[in-house]
Design a protein around this ligand. Sequence first.
Ligand code: G1P
Length: 291
Amino acid sequence: MIKPLRKAVLPVAGLGTRFLPATKAIAKEMMPVVDKPLIQYAIEEARAAGIEQFCMVTGRGKTALVEHFDIAFELETTLRERHKTETLALLADTQVEPGSLVTVRQQEPLGLGHAIWCARAFVGDDPFAIMLPDDLVLSETACLRQLADVYRDTGGNVVAVTEVPKEHTNRYGILKIGKDDGKLVEVLGLVEKPAPQVAPSNLSIIGRYVLLPEVIGHLARMERGAGGEVQLTDGMAKLIGEQPFHGLRYEGNRFDCGDKIGFLEAQIAFALKRSDVGPAVRAFLKNYTGM
Ligand code: G1P
């Protein structure tokens, strides 16, 4: 029996050092693309994939992430009194079902694998998604929905993958590929941040995963990997051979919003897609760049 996918873990304890000074006093996941913080994109994408329960793995200074999904009583009452219906409607997607969002703390930055292990009580015996809010995907069908569909068909682990330039393999988790139908790839091995000379391919993992709960047992050994951290990639690698494991070349464009260029590209791409600001941004780009 394939258990339904209802849970998502969102690791958000990172310090956001790549984005200083912006992230000195605010969480990087609160940075907006157009007018919506990164964390809200992630939650909306999760909902589109049928996720009903959320666990944020947080750390110090991250309370705004939880506040964002609470009812802002004073704000909402004031808007209601002033009959600002359209403005109020903007807040609708920031509300979650009571009791559906929990947090756990990752007290020390010991790696992504450790962060996921911190959510072990939430995961229990269920399949779960992992979403790294830094990775933003612009697609017709929500990226996590695409993964959830593969999970429903295979009953196994599935990660979203994309080709990267060979010289960038040392920035990502990289796949060793088996059977490949151009979309779905059989995973024979996983290596975290290999040097280009030793990388088994240039197919990299992006921050969307659907995993079976057994990965937690492997992470619990706290073996240190690349960069001296407990790596999720290493924990996942242990599942290969025990359970189905696939990579999905998802449909869509991924933006690494933890990176300055990626973040700027996301602003432009998401703005151009929108009917309210898109035309003005397109006109501006044309005039400003002369293209
Ligand atoms: C993490 C993972 C890596 C993955 C990447 C996707 O790396 O460890 O396997 O490819 O996210 O964004 P990080 O970006 O935290 O260094």
